[in-house]
Design a protein around this ligand. Structure first.
Ligand code: SF4
Length: 71
């Protein structure tokens, strides 16, 4: 049973780009996955705002910072 709502998802979305997919996580993930990327919520704020959603950048961040910032 689906329990998410657009409003709830938006309240957790840290994306600073306002593309129209904010809160529609399935579309956001599908879009970035199709580009070989991750959604903005996988990045710390200072990286998220650069717009670099690449897997390489995510790996670089995790190697330097670990994953605690995701929680
Ligand atoms: S992460 Fe990408 S698809 Fe998702 S809301 Fe931000 S800009 Fe849009």
């Amino acid at each position: 049973m689906r329990t998410c709502t657009l409003e709830k998802n938006k309240s957790h979305c840290p994306c600073s780009f306002g593309c129209g997919k904010a809160g529609i996580c399935c579309e956001c993930l599908d879009y970035h996955r199709s580009l070989g990327e991750l959604p903005g919520c996988y990045f710390p704020p200072e990286v998220e705002k650069t717009g670099d959603r690449s897997a390489a950048r995510f790996i670089e961040v995790v190697r330097k910072q670990g994953t605690a910032y995701l929680r």
